[in-house]
Design a protein around this ligand. Structure first.
Ligand code: RIB
Length: 307
């Protein structure tokens, strides 16, 4: 069976709600503080595993209580964490301020930034098989991330790159990426176009294509998502949600869900519908990893929403 290999960040999320975000120099009263395992890498791995894929995590935590808890929670979700390193730096943390259903995040990378490209390549040599699916993001050391995509592609893996938080993508990295997944703001960073509809997604893809991108999924929040690339184009509307509680980790859930389906050989449009249902379930609960559904917890398919 082909597996999903995630190289990425593992953070402890420190979440607090407030009715109004503080301005510089201002203190506001918050409420409902909680901690929850997160990190874009850990979230995407959790989603892939809970949604049915054999999933291997590559990453690094500190030798501290947060690191232990992150590994424990991921393992309980079914992610193989035997290769997760425990370094001298402290575990990554993300301070998340929620105002309504929106959030602002500050990340301190800590141990996430310590893994080298040679270490990732060595793990791929030992544990990856051609046809496995590789996912990474931009929350670890940037050069390690960039080189790991090229290393995964060279070894015959299908590569998904989620360049979040947004940083420049060198052309050789884009060429080694089988599928780029960006939200509107990440798309704006890469192309100068912040798409809000299909026409603007098409415009953005023209730019990405000239930079070397072959396939992209652009997520448009409550509007849905659009694929553009070698298989043509398709737009998938979002799944109706009664009440959006917290959007933290919704994009990661989408990516993990997409990976869990693509690795089974599912076509892109069907995989996007599946991932859309997964992220709809995730926004209905608070927190990152604690909101990610299993296959059994997915809302029912909505045939009428297919294009
Ligand atoms: O994408 C959401 C994640 O971003 C959070 O879990 C937080 O850890 C930050 O990495």
């Amino acid at each position: 069976m082909k597996k999903v290999i995630v190289f990425g960040s593992m953070n402890m999320d420190l979440c607090i709600s407030c009715t109004k975000a503080p301005q510089a120099g201002e203190t506001v009263q918050g409420q409902d503080f909680f901690t929850n395992p997160g990190g874009k890498g850990g979230n995407q791995a959790t989603a892939a595993a809970r949604l049915g894929a054999q999933t291997l995590m590559l990453g690094s935590v500190g030798q501290d209580a947060f690191g232990e808890e992150l590994v424990h929670t991921l393992t309980q979700s079914g992610v193989d964490c035997t290769l997760v390193r425990r370094g001298k730096q402290s575990t990554g943390v993300a301070v998340i301020t929620r105002t309504g259903s929106e959030n602002c995040i500050i990340v301190s990378g800590g141990a996430n930034l310590t893994m080298t490209a040679d270490e990732v390549a060595a793990e791929l040599d030992r544990h990856a098989t051609s046809g496995d699916l590789f996912i990474t993001q931009y929350e670890c050391n940037l050069n390690t991330v960039r080189q790991s995509i090229c290393a995964a592609k060279k070894r015959g893996l299908y590569t998904i790159f989620n360049p979040a938080p947004a940083h420049e993508i060198p052309q050789e990295v884009l060429k080694s990426t089988d599928l780029l997944v960006v939200n509107e703001t990440e798309c704006a960073f890469q192309t100068g176009i912040c798409p809000e509809n299909e026409a603007e997604c098409r415009e953005a893809f023209v730019k990405l294509h000239t930079l070397g991108c072959r396939n992209v999924v652009i997520t448009l929040g409550a509007k849905g998502s659009m694929y553009l690339g070698e298989q043509g184009t398709c737009f998938v509307p979002s799944y109706p949600v009664k009440q959006v509680v917290d959007t933290t980790g919704a994009g990661d859930t989408f990516i993990g869900g997409l990976a869990a389906e693509l690795v089974r050989g599912t076509d892109m449009q069907t995989a996007m519908h599946f991932a859309t249902r997964a992220s709809a379930a995730a926004v209905s609960k608070a927190g990152a990893q604690q909101s990610i559904p299993t296959r059994e917890e997915l809302p029912p398919e909505q045939e009428e929403s297919r294009i």
